[in-house]
Design a protein around this ligand. Structure first.
Ligand code: MRU
Length: 364
């Protein structure tokens, strides 16, 4: 995508093909800065500290982290230890395990001297595949938006999204935002309601930054506004991303997604979830019982950061000193509330048969 007239993806390699560069998402939207990952520990820290975030991008960063580890020490034990370190960074998005398993299996089948080169090549393939998957998700989802635009007879289609499932959460295009970009570029009239997404405000900071850069009409709203907008006919479609989808179609996504799905269900608003197949965890069926939900530190709830009038980025406390806080980062929306899953192979029902018909080669 284009930022300040320059094309960017979220992760790329040095000219020497060894060091990894990423956009530092903790600095957005106020500063556009990049960060260099020179070691596996740098990659682990970037994921843990959310310099990179979003399920697909976490997976690609993990894959490059393993390449950095293999370049430093290609022995079996070092690779196993690196996988363990990287896997422990964030527990919910399954793309991380998927990417690490894929690179590790390849490395263990090769001689140690060949491993670093193989790992970089495989991480690059995972990144390229992610771009292709997201572009295809965009095409399939854009058809849904175009159909809604026809029903609206030229009035803008109002789409609500939660968190950031845009190009910043992937390598390029995004998942939930890819259909919006594709439809908007093709001239479909649309407007996006952007949930702020407390506590880290990925909607207000990252989704708004993306849509503004792309020139897509949008309005940032408080997280709790969505239900009210739906009751008043101001939302035609909800599209969100997911960090892990079970084989039965339960979707785990940023905290608050479930409440949006309930409100959409109550108001007859279609609720779509966009995902590449790398986000499907075929091993599990019951999302509420089986998906590990990350709990982050309370400071993200008790404090909020933003830019001061003088241009400095500052953090302020919003709770009284001494009030305890808890911070669950994700929740699970049962498949019964999901109108459809928008994947790289098309749109399917959020059910075991829907997913396995679309992905017979991946379903167990
Ligand atoms: O905590 P984050 O910012 O990594 O959470 C991101 C999300 O919840 C996204 O919606 C999800 O990863 C899908 S991204 C294409």
């Amino acid at each position: 995508m284009r930022i300040n007239g320059q094309d960017f993806q979220t992760i790329w390699l040095d000219a020497d093909g060894r060091r990894v560069h990423v956009i530092d998402q903790t600095r957005l939207p106020h500063r556009f800065e990049t960060s260099t990952l020179a070691t596996m520990d740098d990659a682990a820290k970037a994921i843990r500290d959310m310099i990179v975030r979003g399920a697909p991008l976490i997976g690609v960063t993990g894959a490059y982290g393993l390449a950095l580890a293999a370049a430093a020490d290609p022995a079996d034990a070092a690779i196993a230890a690196a996988c363990e370190t990287l896997l422990a960074t964030r527990p919910t998005a399954v793309n991380l395990r998927w990417a690490l398993d894929r690179v590790q299996a390849l490395l263990l089948s090769a001689a140690p001297a060949e491993r670093a080169a193989l790992a970089y090549a495989e991480a690059g393939r995972i990144a390229d595949e992610d771009v292709a998957c997201c572009a295809a998700i965009g095409d399939h989802g854009a058809a849904l938006i175009r159909a809604a635009a026809e029903r609206r007879r030229g009035e803008p289609v109002n789409i609500l999204t939660h968190c950031n499932a845009g190009w910043l959460a992937t390598v390029d295009w995004g998942t939930a935002l890819a259909p919006i970009y594709k439809a908007a570029r093709a001239g479909a009239p649309l407007h996006v309601w952007v949930d702020e997404t407390r506590p880290r405000n990925q909607g207000a900071s990252l989704t708004a930054f993306e849509l503004l850069s792309e020139g897509v009409p949008h309005t940032v709203i408080a997280d709790n506004a969505g239900g009210h907008l739906m009751q008043h006919g101001l939302v035609d479609l909800v599209i969100v991303g997911t960090d892990r989808t079970t084989r039965s179609g339960d979707v785990c996504n940023k905290i608050g997604t479930y409440l949006k799905a309930l409100a959409a269900h109550d108001n007859g608003v279609p609720f779509y979830v966009a995902l590449p197949s790398s986000t499907i965890d075929w091993r599990i069926a019951d999302g509420v019982a089986e998906i590990p939900i990350e709990e982050r530190g309370p400071r993200e709830v008790t404090h909020i950061s933003g830019r001061t009038a003088e241009g400095a980025v500052a953090e302020v406390q919003v709770t009284p000193e001494g009030s305890p806080a808890r911070n669950w980062a994700f929740d699970v929306t049962p498949g019964r509330y999901v109108t459809g899953l928008i994947t790289e192979r098309g749109v399917c029902a959020a059910t075991e048969s829907g997913l396995s018909e679309l992905f017979p080669d991946l379903a167990g």
